[in-house]
Design a protein around this ligand. Structure first.
Ligand code: ADE
Length: 238
């Protein structure tokens, strides 16, 4: 899958993309990330990308020309893939979105700065507006990295484990069960006996119950969207 990212701060992406699982995914050609500096498409000696808003008021607004030129210069006219604007005004990104985007071969991510974008970018260029949560950041770069990360781990082969992202918290609208590793006893806090039993059916059953309980306690809103079996309801009633 290819991500074309458009930003005024392209350097922000280097460290994160050059570490951990995403670097492996890039090296294995499972994902490709091209970061483009919008300023390169701004005209004039000073490569101006923002101006004060018409009608007055504080802050600066991103100009339409550099953004249109950058995106059309890289992706053609009309652009060949969905163009996602990262903005707190967008719909809130979920695990379902991460799974759905992972099925498409190419997306563009447009990162904003300043007070906002000239509205014509929204109306005539962008195809989707996404927020990563109900808070306001100084720019769209972190949200773009959040999308790249969350989408990539749903692409087959990116996570080493063959089950991949299947067991993730939120994968089925359930939070994940608790994990334990060595030592068996740490400061007197013991690993639940059942995990040492070697009985895989019982372990799976225990994990499902933990997952259901945890979701019930922490995120009851998710349970309404989860596909629960009769056995799951029985576990919750215990
Ligand atoms: N830009 C600033 N805040 C944001 C948010 N919460 N989500 C996406 N883009 C943003």
């Amino acid at each position: 899958m290819k991500f074309d990212v458009f930003s005024l701060f392209p350097q922000v992406f280097n460290d994160y993309l050059n570490s951990s699982i995403l670097l492996k995914a890039i090296e294995n050609q499972l994902i490709e990330v091209a970061v483009h500096d919008i300023r390169d498409w701004a005209s004039g000696k000073h490569h101006v990308t923002d101006e004060p808003p018409y009608g007055g008021g504080g802050g600066m607004v991103m100009k339409p020309e550099p953004v249109f030129h950058a995106i059309e210069g890289v992706l053609g006219v009309p652009p060949e893939c969905p163009i996602i604007l990262l903005t707190p005004q967008g719909r809130v990104f979920t695990q379902k979105d991460a799974q759905n985007f992972a099925r498409i071969p190419h997306v563009a991510l447009l990162c904003g700065r300043y007070e906002g974008f000239d509205e014509r970018i929204r109306q005539h260029l962008v195809t989707d507006e996404i927020s990563i949560g109900d808070y306001v950041l100084t720019g769209g770069e972190l949200p773009a990295l959040v999308l790249i990360d969350a989408i990539s781990r749903n692409i087959s082969g990116v996570l080493g484990d063959p089950d991949g992202a299947q067991d993730d918290s939120h994968a089925e609208n359930l939070l994940e069960y608790p994990h334990y590793t060595r030592p068996e006893n740490f400061r007197g806090w013991k690993v639940p006996e059942i995990l040492l039993s070697g009985n895989h059916a019982l372990i799976a059953d225990w994990r499902r119950e933990q997952s259901l309980r945890r979701t019930w306690e922490r995120r009851p809103d998710l349970l309404e969207k989860a596909a629960l079996s009769a056995a799951d309801y029985a576990k919750l009633k215990k």
